[in-house]
Design a protein around this ligand. Structure first.
Ligand code: GLN
Length: 293
């Protein structure tokens, strides 16, 4: 394919960015499209923001232009930028992502940073258990923050675990991964006396599908997102039962939640003898519960 077959006016950086804005601003808004430009120039050419800002008149190779062409087509189809690039940053760790795992959200990153900041001393060298680990982002970031902690991460999906194992390796951390479905009562986990149990389980109700974006619906795994409308707290019930058995007396439990079910989720933990506290994310939404006995 040569430039004439592509819709870019030239190989110039300025023209590439202009076409991105023309074709994508209507879908994503201009601020997000500028961010896509920065992320793609960084991923494809290793240009940082300053280089991009000062190189508007520069031209790029035809093979690189082709990558920008395909990325533009993908973005028009709502393919997430993280899948196009293949990896993303989570608490300073590089996490590879694919349709087999939920793309880590900034809210989850905020929850992990909060754990490190508020409870670092308490969980520093105890056992940590991450339930429904997906890409492994939470477990890996915590192991990086607390190198002496023994971190175990559980997921039901073998494809997700393969990705999580690869992510742990890429980040040079040792996490123990276990394939298990936590829903059956008395699910057996090879870990006891944890100082921290953490989870971002599926919590979106089927009836909330209508409010979700196509990039989430078409590219994030439904298994990691949805719970039935008539049993939306099933994972929290399982987590509370596991915590009752595996959490140390002075241990900490932290779970991401659906803000539409805040009080109901708190009640699940109260019923098992925990004292839950609700925390807000940077958007001011109820986003995670922390609980002690
Ligand atoms: N917060 C995620 C979303 O909005 C859902 C994460 C989850 O179900 N655990 O898509």
């Amino acid at each position: 394919m040569n430039t004439r077959n592509l819709r870019f006016r030239s190989n110039r950086v300025r023209d590439i960015l202009a076409l991105y804005h023309e074709e994508l601003d209507g879908i994503y808004g201009s601020g997000e499209v500028s961010a896509f430009g920065e992320m793609l120039f960084e991923a494809f050419l290793r240009w940082d923001k300053v280089r991009l800002l000062t190189s508007r008149e520069q031209t790029i190779d035809q093979s690189d232009l082709l990558r920008f062409h395909w990325a533009l087509e993908d973005l028009k189809r709502h393919r997430p930028i993280q899948h196009i690039i293949g990896h993303m940053d989570f608490c300073g760790c590089s996490i590879a992502v694919s349709p087999d795992v939920l793309i880590p959200r900034p809210e989850t990153e905020e929850m992990v940073s909060w754990i490190v900041k508020s409870y670092g001393l308490r969980v520093m060298s105890g056992g940590i258990l991450d339930l429904c680990t997906g890409s492994g982002c939470i477990a890996i970031a915590l192991k990086k923050a607390f190198p002496t902690a023994e971190v175990t991460a559980v997921d039901v999906s073998s494809k997700a675990l393969a990705m999580a194992r690869q992510n742990a390796k890429n980040n040079g951390v040792d996490v123990h991964f276990v394939q298990a479905d936590i829903l059956p009562v008395n699910c057996q986990l090879p870990t006891a006396n944890c100082q921290l149990i953490v989870s971002n389980p599926p919590y979106v109700m089927e009836k909330e599908r209508a409010q979700m974006q196509p990039n989430v619906l078409n590219y994030d795994p439904a298994l990691a997102l949805f719970v039935p409308d008539d049993d939306p707290l099933r994972f929290y019930e399982a987590i509370a039962a596991i915590a009752k058995e595996h959490l140390a007396a002075d241990g900490l439990l932290v779970v991401e939640i659906n803000e539409a079910l805040t009080s109901e989720t708190c009640a699940v933990f109260e019923a098992q003898g925990f004292a839950p506290k609700v925390n807000e994310d940077f958007r001011g939404k109820h986003r995670w519960i922390s609980a002690t006995r």
